[in-house]
Design a protein around this ligand. Structure first.
Ligand code: ZN
Length: 185
């Protein structure tokens, strides 16, 4: 749960720290505004993927299910700057599938908090394994990190890719290749 009062105090200190006049008109409501914003962009901490994934539908004989290009915004925990991009999810159901919007909800749960791209990728895969109990899961994330593009090495447009494989995808290069192809289509 975001403690708005603490965030407001911290933003005031931060503004003073960078040499700003916290009393000037344009900044008067900034601490409050940022506190509210954090409730939204870090709201995933109070959310539970299990809530979204508990409603499933029965399927018989399903192949690979792919949901690609799920857009997300997150915050890197090293700089508290945004990183954003796309998540692709593939899984092989073991009799149960989740509603497609629920996969996007699951991404939101882990994106809306301070994150590392690698950890977010793994957490999405693990949540799907835990709650859908599929034969296997593969999650890929492609993202641009503002901490790399607006500061530091400044490489606009450069993207970082991460992948997490679980279950039958873990050792089967052929299955992994099939997913790569489905995502590129
Ligand atoms: Zn960073």
């Amino acid at each position: 749960m975001v403690d708005k009062e603490k965030v407001e105090q911290a933003v005031r200190l931060l503004l003073e720290g960078i040499g700003e006049d916290v009393k000037r008109e344009g900044l008067a409501e900034t601490p409050e505004r940022i506190a509210k914003m954090y409730c939204e962009i870090c709201g995933g901490m109070d959310d539970d993927a299990g809530e979204y994934l508990k409603k499933t539908f029965e399927v018989t004989d399903s192949g690979i299910v792919v949901e690609k290009d799920i857009f997300f915004y997150s915050l890197c925990e090293h700089h508290m700057l945004p990183f954003f991009g796309k998540v692709h999810i593939a899984y092989i159901p073991n009799g149960r599938v989740a509603g497609l919007s629920k996969l996007a909800r699951t991404v939101e749960v882990y994106a809306r908090r301070l994150q590392l791209q690698e950890r977010m990728t793994a957490q999405i895969a693990d949540a799907l394994m835990e709650h859908l109990a599929p034969l296997g899961v593969m999650v890929m994330v492609e993202a641009e990190h503002m901490c790399m593009t607006m500061r530091g090495i400044k490489k606009p447009g450069s993207r970082t890719s991460t992948i997490a494989v679980r279950g039958v995808f873990d050792s089967d290069r052929g299955l992994q290749g099939q997913v790569f192809q489905m995502i590129r289509e």
